[in-house]
Design a protein around this ligand. Structure first.
Ligand code: PLP
Length: 411
């Protein structure tokens, strides 16, 4: 063994660990501490909107009244009153279910990880949108799937190299105000995905992380609701809904959930047991108290603040961006997706944006499982105050205009 081998770890890792790489998003989290930089990067909720007095009161009260429960292990499927609350929330989303259909997870991220572990063998066909939530792709990559793609209308698109002869094993969609594009699938697109799931007998993960953050218009039914309307019961539905309190209440407590057929929940509970036994008991109890008291009121305030930020960002883009940059106004969520002229690479642009203009965003390529999308980028508007956002767009527009001029000069 060489000295170099002794110092490095790579050769000791299992082969699947080779697909676990640094995330551009996580790397950018570090920038948030740098007050010089205007950041449109991390998809964070605004910390000023967290219900601090209610969380503080909740922890204090639980530690005074029921410390032996709050500080103890709890059932792997989760704290029953919280599962009841979530079942009620899901019923308000049109999904007829009971607490037996709910598993509490450490965020929606853990939900996606469990579902990947449960359904994906190496080389299994997996259909995702292009682009897709980067955090989900990071999980999927570790399971080495054969990627197939669909667009925002739920229509299958070119998937170079994918084996079309094998049925899909799993489908992943983020239909409401998607991360990263901010787009929402309409009823037809949702039905296409249900048809795809049925034709392949493949479970369909519906990631509803941003669903509550709608700023205008009427919500589309969840894919799960549409599927249950066809098949008659959640127990026969192929849709597995992943929810989260991260974007509505706080990501700090790490509480999300899976809503699915009870048989699947039983199996996932075993996975949860072997993974971390249970999500933090006291965090589940506090989340239950706070959500029960003020979920709707809290989300209404977030909606109002984020709607203003979205409108402000769109106005700034309209006022300052060169004509060759495209975007769509999202109906909700936290993101606006920019398409730059071909020839401008957003990763290279980011390095200049940080160094020269002191503004940050997330380049689009890592959201594409096939490595395309070099001329796209994501702007997150949720945690950037109005005046800073306007200034940030002005700087970014200036940089893109300069890059475009340079491109033309070279042509
Ligand atoms: C689409 C989507 N799904 C899931 C998650 C994970 O959320 P959490 O694990 O905080 O619930 C995120 C986080 O940004 C997301 O954007």
């Amino acid at each position: 063994m060489t000295d170099l081998q002794r110092q490095t770890w790579e050769h000791r890792f299992a082969s699947r660990a080779q697909n676990i790489n640094a995330s551009e998003i996580r790397d950018l989290f570090a920038l948030l501490g740098n007050s010089d930089i205007i950041s449109f990067a991390g998809g964070f909720p605004d910390a000023n909107l967290f219900a601090l007095p209610q969380f503080r009161y909740g922890y204090q009260k639980l530690l005074e009244d029921s410390p032996a429960i709050a500080l103890q292990y709890c059932a792997s499927e989760g704290y029953l009153p919280l599962r009841r609350w979530i079942a009620d929330f899901m019923r308000r989303q049109g999904v007829d279910c009971s607490p037996d259909n709910i598993l509490i997870t450490s965020g929606a991220q853990q939900a996606i990880e469990f579902l990947s572990r449960l359904f994906l063998d190496k080389g299994d066909p997996l259909a995702v949108s292009k682009p897709s939530y980067l955090g989900a792709l990071q999980i999927f990559n570790a399971y080495e799937p054969d990627y197939h793609f669909f667009d925002g209308d739920g229509i299958s698109i070119a998937s170079p190299g994918a084996d079309k002869t094998r049925p899909l094993k799993l489908i992943y969609a983020n239909p409401d105000f998607s991360n990263p594009t901010g787009e929402t699938m309409d009823g037809t697109a949702r039905r296409r995905l249900i048809d795809l799931a049925r034709a392949n007998d493949a479970p369909l993960i519906e990631d509803g992380a941003y669903r509550s953050l709608r700023y205008e218009g009427d919500p589309h039914p969840t894919i799960m609701q549409l599927d249950i309307a066809d098949c008659g019961s959640i127990e026969t539905s192929l849709v597995v809904y992943c929810g989260s309190f991260s974007k509505t209440m706080t990501p700090g407590l790490r509480i999300g959930w899976i809503c699915a057929a009870s048989q699947l929940i039983n199996k996932l509970t075993l996975l949860k047991q072997s993974s971390d036994l249970n999500s933090s008991t006291i965090n589940q109890m506090v989340m239950h108290c706070v959500a029960d008291e003020m979920f709707d009121a809290s989300v209404n305030i977030s909606r109002e603040v984020y709607r203003q930020r979205r409108d402000n960002l769109i106005r700034a883009l309209e006022d300052h961006m060169p004509d060759n940059v495209n975007w769509k106004k999202p109906e909700g969520g936290m993101f606006v997706w920019l398409t730059l002229p071909k020839g401008i690479d957003a990763r290279t642009l980011l390095a200049k944006a940080i160094a020269v203009e002191k503004v940050a965003f997330v380049p689009g390529r890592p959201f594409h499982a096939d490595g395309s999308g070099g001329n796209t980028l994501r702007l997150c508007f949720s945690s950037c105050p109005l005046d800073l956002a306007t200034e940030g767009v002005t700087r970014l527009a200036r940089l893109i205009a300069a890059e475009t001029a340079e491109l033309h000069a070279m042509a």
